[in-house]
Design a protein around this ligand. Structure first.
Ligand SMILES: Cc1ncc(COP(=O)(O)O)c(C=O)c1O
Length: 359
């Protein structure tokens, strides 16, 4: 008795997209980003689909636990680092690597007793101004971390703010700042996200951290010119649960915002903002009904949308509706919702069943 809305996840997309990343960054190690339940795709399933991945990263400790519980043995980096002594102790026990971006996290490490070693990624703020030490304090923090017995290796980490804007020099500035402030260091460095991997080769350094491209979507707004051969992993689907004949002047949905201009047929599909299909999507947003493009019309409700299927032949109850996926780019829907594919993926609600296959 499954709900009609389903996110079909093609597990074959992950090794495929990983290979694309390897081709773009052949000298680098790759640390796929599995935070937010692998951008809504299921972190354990994605990790299992990538047995050859060099490592993974997640935002919080709580996101690493299901991966270790599921037997994922690769290194896992906690991007926000430990928040207290308990988390640090657990991280050491589970052999998790830690981003260290605040002084109190250095103190936590200094106060840690015991023999368990930990790899730390010293995060420098090169211009994102969210997390990280000022680059001017690099030498001092590095020296302090060197004095911590449990720290087995110190690596360097920073994050790009504007790499998805290919004509924005800010990426160069961040990259140069990192070089200048760590010029004397031979430590391993990680800087590039998907946009860095795809558009800024000099940001690749030693480890790359792909997120969105692993899921088969582009970080760029002008994505159509940037076909890197990525395979979309998620197809969001539902089915038709009602058909309504309409004549000129008839309306559909809350507020009656869409008015039929001619005689036709409206199909009601079982998906809405309660599933993560954004309410802000405008009338005219494309969906695929039995593989044919048709416009969603009127307002998105919590559980339903209306689709003008007047031109689609012989539509029936239970017919398939695709909201985004391989045949309907998520980037196109994100643009209409005035957002980015990241948000659409992460918003797919828990009531939407994830169905895994490999094709
Ligand atoms: C620190 C860090 N690195 C890498 C990524 C991956 O970014 P993207 O999904 O754009 O590849 C993220 C995601 O936001 C991140 O926070």
């Amino acid at each position: 008795m499954n709900p009609p809305a389903q996110a079909h996840i093609n597990l074959a997309a992950f090794p495929h997209n990983y290979q694309v990343i390897q081709q773009l960054a052949p000298e680098q190690k790759i640390m796929p980003v599995l935070k937010a339940n692998a951008y809504g795709h299921g972190s354990v399933q994605v990790a299992r689909a990538l047995p050859a991945a060099d490592a993974f990263c997640v935002a919080f400790m709580a996101e690493a636990l299901p991966l270790r519980d599921a037997g994922i043995t690769q290194p896992i980096t906690i991007l926000l680092g430990p928040q207290n002594a308990e988390e640090l102790a657990l991280a050491l026990e589970l052999q998790l690597d830690l981003v260290i971006h605040r002084l109190d996290q250095v103190v936590l490490l200094e106060n840690q007793v015991g023999e368990r070693p930990v790899v730390v990624w010293l995060k420098l703020n090169t211009g994102m101004n969210r997390l990280g030490f000022p680059v001017t304090s690099f030498a001092e923090i590095y020296q302090r971390l060197k004095g911590v017995t449990c720290v087995s290796e110190i690596r360097l980490f920073s994050h790009l703010a504007c790499a998805d804007e290919t004509d924005n020099d800010y990426t160069l500035e961040q990259s140069n700042l990192l070089d200048q402030s760590t010029a004397d260091s031979t430590a391993t460095v990680s800087l590039a996200n998907s946009a860095g991997i795809m558009a800024w080769p000099h940001t690749h350094r030693n480890w790359v951290r792909p997120g969105i491209m692993l899921y088969g979507a582009s970080p760029f707004s002008d994505w159509r010119e940037r076909d890197f051969g990525l395979k979309p992993a998620m197809t969001l689907k539902t089915s038709i649960i009602s058909l309504q004949d309409v004549k000129p002047g008839d309306r559909t949905g809350y507020g009656g915002t869409w008015v039929a201009e001619k005689t036709g047929q409206i199909a009601i599909a079982a998906i809405g903002y309660g599933d993560g299909y954004p309410r802000c999507l405008p009338s005219g947003t494309p969906v695929l009904v039995n593989g044919e493009r048709a416009p969603m019309v009127g307002r998105v409700s919590m559980d339903m949308i209306s689709i003008d299927v007047s031109h689609v032949p012989a539509v029936q109850i239970d017919d398939e509706v695709i909201l985004w996926g391989e045949q309907l780019p998520v980037e196109e829907i994100a643009e209409l919702a005035n957002t980015i594919p990241y948000e659409l993926f992460c918003s797919v609600n828990v009531r939407v069943h994830r169905i895994y296959s490999s094709t």
